[in-house]
Ligand binder design. Structure first.
Ligand code: SF4
Length: 507
């Protein structure tokens, strides 16, 4: 289904309807450090960020937003600011009086961290829980109404409440229900200045959750703008490709009013990537005019292992060098959006690009091709390019698109958070070292996360985790269990490798 949101205002910024998809990013400085936060906000704004989010983990950070905002306005920028809240309604209530938008997480606003313990509630108990959450939200709603502050209901896969997980599991449906419950509380109070998001590091989960969300909102006669993003996308080319596959898929369907690309890099570097994804899918107007149909997912039980092909003089060869004689769907890149699922089902998809820049090609290809492989339709991929990028780079890109959509895993997937004011170590450097030391492994998910507050929940699905704890200390995770705590940072990589090797030796 295509989705047309209502227009809302966030300070000086309008969002939704037919307006261009808005680009945003988030700082990774300490929100108590006014100078560093102001400088980083300005770098994001100058790169093209239209909204800047800062973490406000406590009341002190929330209070300091007043100084940060004052300095940004003094420097001549009217860009709205957003406070990012987890676990702390008091911080939200302070921030909502200062900045133009507050993001809250339904999984932890009125609930403690999920303990993964079943919380079987009768229908009456479930309703009573929603009443308790409503009471917790009322002060925030009153403040936001008084100050004209917008609210994002930001759901993350991996930080759902025990209540939701018991009833729906850690599923796309649970994510959407979690948001709709909060939306109903806000709209029940007559508050509609709302944005909503469904994020996951898994592209398929993120796409499915957003599709369910817009269907549920339509059923409730709600049409709030949707914020898109893949969490913990990582860095470099892989981070760009995974972001583009998930967000590109939804933008092509007409879903998405604002986009944040989460990279483990300087936040201002996220802006051109977001711009390129939007341009690839929506064109220069920044908004898809004729949305593509949502491709149905291939049924879960069916075996699916797409191959990467090479083409020479109109002849295709598979990974073993054997000629291919099946159906080929050769199509110009700008014709990809018009393809429906049936045409590309079980065919070799051969899109033609004309791009000289390797990064632009990677983002364009991922943004346009992601939806076919997330839905598991084509049986193979061969990327052709008449620009400067040729040969092995195109085969590698094809494997990366399959990896990002989890259609075919051929190497280790790295999940890493974009960092924020909670990060207490050099995460970019840690990612680089972890990647270097584990690149020989295949088919594994390894997470490098900035903090133990949100990291363990949001690295959901990772086999191993390297998670920042106290200053200079790291927790090492196997799945969801912290098996080594407070390991000094200098020893943490060796300990992680020891753990992986001993697990492999036991298999
Ligand atoms: S995992 Fe922690 S440090 Fe990383 S972005 Fe999330 S809250 Fe910030």
């Amino acid at each position: 289904m295509s989705y047309r949101s209502e227009i809302i205002r966030i300070g000086s910024l309008s969002m939704g309807g037919d307006l261009p998809v808005r680009i945003q990013s988030m700082t990774n400085t300490s929100t108590l450090d006014t100078g560093a936060s102001v400088s980083q906000c300005i770098r994001i704004i100058e790169a093209g960020g239209e909204l800047v989010r800062l973490t406000a983990q406590g009341v002190s950070e929330a209070e300091n937003l007043v100084n940060i905002k004052r300095e940004i306005r003094k420097a001549g920028f009217e860009t709205p600011l957003c406070a990012d809240i987890h676990f702390n309604p008091a911080a939200a209530e302070v921030a909502a009086r200062i900045v133009e938008k507050v993001r809250i997480n339904p999984g932890n606003y009125a609930d403690r961290r999920a303990s993964f313990i079943r919380q079987d509630l009768s229908a009456g108990e479930y309703r009573a829980e929603l009443e308790r959450i409503r009471d917790r939200l009322l002060p925030l709603i009153r403040i936001c109404r008084e100050y004209g502050t917008a609210v994002r209901i930001g759901v993350n896969h991996g930080s759902l409440s025990d209540r939701i997980m018991t009833r729906y599991g850690n599923t796309p449906e649970g994510m959407a229900v979690s948001a709709v419950e909060f939306l109903e509380i806000f709209t029940g109070e007559g508050f509609r200045n709302l944005v909503v998001s469904m994020k996951s590091s898994d592209t398929r989960v993120m796409v499915e959750a957003n599709r369910i969300l817009v269907r549920m909102m339509a059923d409730h006669d709600m049409h709030f703008p949707v914020h898109l993003g893949i969490t913990e996308a990582g860095e470099g080319e892989d981070g760009r490709i995974i972001s583009a596959t998930g967000s590109g898929t939804l933008l092509a369907e007409g879903i998405g009013d604002t986009l944040r690309v989460s990279l483990s890099e300087a936040p201002e570097r996220e802006i051109p990537v977001a711009r390129e994804i939007i341009r690839a899918v929506a064109g220069p107007a920044g908004r898809v005019q004729r949305p593509s149909p949502a491709l149905p997912f291939r049924s879960a039980g069916e075996h699916y292992l797409p191959q990467v092909f090479t083409e020479r003089d109109g002849r295709y060869t598979d990974e073993q060098g054997k000629p291919y004689t099946g159906n080929v769907l050769a199509v110009a890149a700008d014709g990809l959006a018009a393809l429906d699922g049936e045409q590309s089902f079980d065919t070799l998809l051969n899109p033609h690009f004309n791009e000289d820049n390797v990064e632009s090609l990677a983002i364009d290809a991922a943004a346009l091709l992601g939806r076919f492989f997330i839905a598991r339709h084509p049986s193979g991929l061969c990327i052709t390019n008449s620009g400067a990028v040729r040969g092995e780079a195109l085969r590698r890109l094809a494997f990366s698109v399959l990896q990002a959509t989890e259609a075919r895993i051929t190497r280790t997937r790295y999940i890493s958070c974009p960092t924020c004011g909670r990060t207490r170590f050099n995460l970019e450097e840690a990612v680089r070292r972890v990647k270097e030391a584990t690149s020989h492994l295949t088919g594994m998910k390894i997470a490098v996360m900035g903090c133990v507050v949100n990291g363990p929940g949001e690295m959901a699905g990772a086999d191993y985790g390297y998670v920042g704890a106290a200053e200079g200390k790291v927790h090492i995770y196997r799945g969801t269990e912290a098996v080594m705590k407070n390991v000094p940072e200098e020893e943490a990589l060796a300990k992680l490798l020891e753990l992986i090797e001993s697990d492999q030796a036991r298999r």
